[in-house]
Design a protein around this ligand. Sequence first.
Ligand SMILES: Cc1ncc(COP(=O)(O)O)c(C=O)c1O
Length: 361
Amino acid sequence: MSTQRIFNFSAGPSMLPLPVLEKAASELTNYSGSGMSVMEMSHRSKAYKDIFDETKALMREVLSVPDTHEIIFMQGGATGQFAAVAMNLMGDGGCADYAVTGNFSGLAAKEAEKYGKVHICADTSPKKHTYIPRQEDLDLSPDASYLHYCANNTIYGTEWDYVPAANCPVVADMSSNILSKPVDIAAHGVIYAGVQKNMAPAGMAAVIIDRSLLGREMPITPTILSYRTTVEKDSMYNTPPTYNIYILGLTLKWVKEMGGLSGMEELRELRSGMLYDYLDNSSLFSGCAEAGSRSKMNVTFRTASPELDAKFVKEAAARGLVSLAGHRIVGGMRASIYNAMPPEGVRKLVDFMGEFELHNR
Ligand SMILES: Cc1ncc(COP(=O)(O)O)c(C=O)c1O
């Protein structure tokens, strides 16, 4: 099988580990002697049930999910969870605290406003979302049903290095940093993640929820968004995204083989360290996020001019370093360096940045 792969710095969907893709390809038309693809299997079949159960068990093991918490898979991506969280946890006439540190936490707060009162307990927009607030800066309300934060801001390149504390359940959007480092699951009421960065193909959210929070949903909650129903039906109230769950299982096996979350953390330190070291010593490129708030998954940077940024992105692509343009709302560059990005890809990027700097001073 060809291993002529380029280094894809896309923010998501993004690179999946090559061994995962190769394993899936080898089983594409005939899974384990079943004579059919996983895509073609009934979700109620024994063969599929085994895949599903193994994936869930691996997720519990790899992420050290305690017995107090359930694992479910839902459709609608992370955006579906913006509504699900509010409808399941706010309570009728309730209110919730939202820390707005970027685009997606802003969208989550906006969605929640449809269902109850939203209190913005932190808003980093006046400083263009270049930093993460400290615990003492959070203006928490005494009667919030939950506190929502986005653990890694994919567009702005900032990442929380602590779990905010509150007198209510803490809800985290971990779409762009789940599986990249150990996480204190018990400190969270709900963790959700769109799977298309560190887990599987797009189209699903993985959700971890404290069982004691089940059954609080508003009567108008669509059944498909109900946490309680999804737990009761073991994520099979309707046909689940069967193939995504299968790929997630392969990814989790790969993470385990690579040393689990501490192995992933070592790699993320290595990759992001190479890039930030370079940026800190460059006279052409500068990092966008404040030093203490930098993301180790999405590194945002720019030159002094949009024209030079565009030239860099174009020339990098010609070298097999693709999808380096920043998000359209911020411009500049963004290198998304998730679990599946080999350190060699970052080394090549840094080498190319050095070369580009030499020729464009
Ligand atoms: C942190 C974060 N939250 C939410 C989303 C939205 O995810 P989805 O497209 O799965 O709805 C994204 C997408 O990139 C994201 O990075």
